[in-house]
Ligand binder design. Structure first.
Ligand SMILES: C[S@@+](CC[C@H](N)C(=O)[O-])C[C@H]1O[C@@H](n2cnc3c(N)ncnc32)[C@H](O)[C@@H]1O
Length: 244
């Protein structure tokens, strides 16, 4: 896999880190041998034409997507607890991919496929209403106002997320950053295609049982920044039509 980010029509450049410390021999072995078996390639896919379920066995009947899975501990947990789910994880950070491969290798998980680049390519490739759940956990906050365009949550990506989610599909966002928390709440409040499910503070302040902690979450909690757990539900498309 190239260490340079790919370019993709209609997708601005990616801001982030591709590689950190040198991989251990075991990690490099997994990158060489296991990753090619699990990699998703969308370079030749016509937009909206990726048949995600075809990448899995018949046991998997619905698609979940995680954007920026870091070292993959959340996705590995979800995949192990939801064997009927076809899980696609997107992460351009090579050390993160190596971390996920270690979880997969140690737990015999067979329902994860990996896209080792910018998640926006996968969003473009997926058909309308083809994803049941989407996770964006502790995205890079880019807290300075002049960097706001780099935040993953923004009108263009939200349009794509709304397009690929099924009616009633869930969009989970976790963040420990006060700027990103407010940004997410404001961006999502402007959308008619999503409803925020929270009714009382514990709905967003308390981690749901089926939402395991991520590495960033544990780190930020230790530093005194508890997370917010946003759960948005994709509105029914018939309601979109009436609104339009
Ligand atoms: C702050 S880390 C959080 C990692 C993990 N979700 C966690 O909570 O521990 C953000 C991750 O998002 C990844 N990322 C940033 N932009 C991305 C993009 N456009 N597509 C996929 N992943 C992206 C980064 O490489 C990084 O690993």
């Amino acid at each position: 896999m190239s260490e340079k980010p790919q370019t993709y029509p209609g997708v601005d450049r990616f801001y982030g880190r591709r590689k950190g410390h040198t991989l251990s021999q075991r990690q490099q072995g997994l990158m060489d041998d296991l990753l090619p078996k699990l990699s998703v390639d969308v370079s030749d896919i016509v937009p909206s034409n990726l048949d995600a379920l075809a990448l899995f066995s018949e046991a998997q009947t619905k698609v979940w997507l995680e954007i920026g899975f870091g070292k993959g501990e959340h996705m590995a947990w979800q995949a192990a607890h939801n064997p009927d789910v076809a899980f696609i994880g997107c992460e351009p950070y090579l050390n993160g991919i190596a971390g996920l491969l270690t979880h997969i290798d140690e737990s015999d998980i067979d329902n994860i496929r990996i896209y080792g680049d910018d998640a926006r390519h996968i969003l473009t490739a997926l058909p309308e209403a083809s994803v049941d759940r989407l996770f964006l956990l502790h995205p890079d906050p880019w807290p300075k106002t002049r960097h706001a365009k780099r935040r993953f949550i923004g009108p263009k990506n939200l349009d794509e997320i709304a397009r690929v989610l099924v009616d009633g599909g869930e969009f989970r966002v976790g963040t420990d950053h006060p700027v990103y928390r407010e940004w997410t709440a404001l961006q999502m409040a402007q959308r008619e295609d999503f409803t925020w499910t929270a009714e009382i503070p514990s709905d967003w302040a308390k981690r749901p049982d089926d939402w395991p902690e991520t590495r960033y979450e544990i780190k930020s909690l230790k530093e005194g920044r508890p997370a917010t757990y946003f759960r948005f539900v994709r509105s029914s498309r018939s309601i979109d039509c009436r609104a339009g």
